[in-house]
Design a protein. Structure first.
Length: 505
C-alpha cells in the first residue's frame, strides 16, 4: 500500500514573467488512477502550471511533490525522469519516421555498436500499442500517414514506454471525430485503471463531465477550487471559471423581427457525405446546423459555396437560383464563410492582424496606378478591430501573437470586411476559452440586430440551444428534422441526430 495520497501535488506555486503574475499561490493535487480536469479561461494559468510541472519553466516559489516526495524539477528531462509526460495539441512526433521509430526514439544510439534489431523493435512497438487497445496500428507505418487520432495514440504510447505515471493531455479531442473520441476515452479509462494519474485540459464541458473524476479551476492566475465532477453541474462549473452565473453565458438578445429568406437549399446532394439536404435561412436569425460529427454539415456548406461539386439539388440566394464556383465567388455575392480549421484556413498566422482583416477587400484601398492607400487601410482595420473587439494594441503584430479567441475575431473581421451579410460560421468557438466564447456570442447578437443572417454549425448542443432561433438536424448526410426555438433541448436534438425523431420521445 502506497504511503502517499497524491501522484503529484503542487503547493503555493508562484510564477511571474517580466513583472506580470502568471501564477499566484496556486495548487493542484492529483491522485493515482484519477482523471483530473484542469479548467479556466485562456490566460488563467493552466499552461504555465503544466510547464512548471514538466520542467519547461521553474517556479519562483512553491513546491512540487511526486508520490509524496518533494522534488526539484529543473528541466523537461527532470520531469520525464519523475514519470511526467505532456501531450500537447501540437504533437512532438517526427512525421517522416515510422511509428516504431517515434515510440523508441530515445533508444537510438544507445546500443554498443549502434546496430538496431528492427524486427524486435517492431514487435515491442506492436505489443505496446496492443496493450493500450490499438494493436491495429502498423508500427512500420510513417507517422505522417496516420490519422490525427492515431498520431495521438503514438504520442501516448511513447510516453507510457518511458514509464510515465503522470500524463497531461492538452485539448486532446480538438480535431477528433466522435468515434475517435470514444476510443480515446476508452484508452484514458484503461490508463486510469492501471493507476496512471491523468491531468485533462479541455474547454469542452461535456467531455469533462463524461471522463473526469475531479476538476480544478483557475482564474486570472489564481486557484479557485477543486470539486468532485459528480457533485457539480455545468452552471456551477462555468460560474467558477468566469466568476459569474451561467445565465449570463449566452447574452440576451433583444426581440428581433425575422425577415425574408436569404438562402434556400432544396434537396442538395454532393457525393456520399451529402445526400438530401434542405433548409431556409432568414434575415435577422441564427439558424443552427446540429448533428453528430460526420453527419454532413460542413460538407453541405462546402457544396453550397462551390468548394465541392454538387450532384443535384438547388441553391437559391435572395430568391434567385445560383451555383457558386468558389469561396471567392461566395464572398463576391455577400456570403462570408468562417471555416472550422481556423489556423490553416481562417487566418494567416504569420501576417499582421491588419493584413488578415483587409486582404479579402484590398481593392477598397487601391489608389491611382494601383498604389495602396495605406492610411485608409489602417483606418479601416482599426475600425474593424473596434467593431469585433479584437484585444490588441498594435494591428501590425502577427495574428500568431493573439489568443485563440482573438484569432477567431480576426477571421470574423475579415469576412465582415468584405461586406458579407450572410455569415456561415463553422464551429466558431472551437478551441477558445469560455470568456472568448461569450464575446463571440455577443458579437453574433450584435450582427443579428443589424439584420445579418447567420448559419451556425456547432457540435456543442448547449451552443445551439443558447444561440439559435431554430435548428436543422443532420444525420448521415440528410436533414432529418427542424426544431423551433421553444423546443430546442438536448433531448430533441439527440433524438433527431440518433435517427429516432420526435415520435419516439
Amino acid at each position: 500500500m502506497a504511503d502517499y495520497e497524491y501522484a503529484v501535488e503542487m503547493r503555493g506555486i508562484y510564477k511571474s514573467f517580466e513583472g506580470v503574475h502568471a501564477l499566484q499561490n496556486v495548487q493542484l493535487a492529483v491522485k493515482p488512477g484519477e482523471v483530473h480536469a484542469l479548467m479556466g479561461e485562456n490566460g488563467a494559468g493552466k499552461s504555465t502550471l503544466i510547464k512548471v510541472l514538466s520542467g519547461a519553466h521553474q517556479a519562483d516559489a512553491g513546491e512540487i511533490l511526486i508520490r509524496g516526495e518533494k522534488v526539484n524539477i529543473q528541466s523537461p528531462k527532470d520531469g520525464s525522469d519523475h514519470g511526467i509526460s505532456v501531450i500537447y495539441q501540437e504533437f512532438a512526433l517526427m512525421s517522416h519516421l515510422s511509428v516504431t521509430e517515434n515510440i523508441f526514439i530515445d533508444e537510438f544510439g544507445t546500443s554498443k555498436y549502434n546496430v538496431m534489431n528492427w524486427n524486435a523493435l517492431h514487435r515491442r512497438a506492436k505489443e505496446a500499442l496492443a496493450a493500450i487497445g490499438f494493436g491495429e496500428i502498423n508500427p512500420r507505418t510513417p507517422v505522417r500517414d496516420l490519422s490525427v487520432a492515431y498520431q495521438q495514440v503514438v504520442e501516448i504510447c511513447k510516453a507510457l514506454t518511458r514509464k510515465a505515471e503522470i500524463l497531461v493531455l492538452d485539448e486532446p479531442t480538438a480535431v477528433l471525430t466522435n468515434r475517435e473520441v470514444d476510443k480515446l476515452f476508452s484508452l484514458i479509462t484503461g490508463l486510469r485503471d492501471q493507476g496512471v494519474a491523468v491531468i485533462y485540459i479541455s474547454h469542452r464541458l461535456e467531455e469533462v463531465f463524461r471522463i473526469t473524476d475531479r476538476v480544478t479551476v483557475f482564474k486570472d492566475g489564481g486557484y479557485v477550487g477543486t470539486v468532485n465532477t459528480k457533485d457539480i453541474d455545468s452552471r456551477t462549473l462555468v460560474g467558477m471559471m468566469i466568476g459569474r452565473d451561467l445565465a449570463s453565458f449566452f447574452p440576451e438578445r433583444k426581440d428581433q423581427r425575422i425577415g425574408d429568406v436569404v438562402l434556400k437549399v432544396e434537396h442538395l446532394a454532393a457525393g456520399r457525405p451529402v445526400r438530401d439536404v434542405s433548409f431556409e435561412l432568414h434575415e435577422g436569425e441564427v439558424l443552427g446546423l446540429s448533428g453528430l460529427v460526420g453527419a454532413g454539415r460542413t460538407e453541405s456548406v462546402r457544396a453550397i459555396l462551390g468548394v465541392d461539386p454538387i450532384d443535384s439539388g438547388t441553391v437559391w440566394l435572395r430568391g434567385k437560383e445560383m451555383r457558386l464556383r468558389s469561396a471567392k465567388d461566395a464572398f463576391d455575392r455577400g456570403i462570408g464563410f468562417l471555416p472550422e480549421d481556423r489556423k490553416n484556413q481562417g487566418v494567416i498566422l504569420k501576417l499582421p492582424i491588419k493584413q488578415n482583416i483587409t486582404f479579402s477587400c484590398i481593392r477598397k484601398f487601391a489608389g491611382l496606378f494601383g498604389w495602396l492607400k495605406k492610411a485608409a487601410e489602417t483606418a479601416f482595420a482599426l475600425e474593424m478591430r473596434e467593431k469585433v473587439d479584437i484585444k490588441t494594441n498594435n494591428i501590425d503584430n502577427p495574428v500568431s501573437s493573439l489568443s485563440g479567441g482573438n484569432q477567431q475575431k480576426v477571421a470574423i473581421a475579415r469576412i465582415l470586411a468584405s461586406d458579407s451579410r450572410i455569415l456561415i460560421l463553422d464551429e466558431p468557438t472551437r478551441g477558445v476559452d469560455v470568456g472568448a466564447k461569450m464575446e463571440i456570442f455577443k458579437l453574433v447578437n450584435e450582427l443579428i440586430a443589424q439584420n445579418y443572417a447567420v448559419l451556425m454549425i456547432s457540435s456543442e448542443m448547449i451552443e445551439i440551444i443558447g444561440m439559435c432561433d431554430r435548428a436543422v438536424v443532420f444525420r448521415e448526410g440528410r436533414t432529418v428534422g427542424e426544431v423551433p426555438k421553444d423546443k430546442l433541448s438536448e433531448e430533441n436534438l439527440i433524438y433527431y441526430a440518433m435517427g429516432l425523431g420526435e415520435e419516439h420521445r
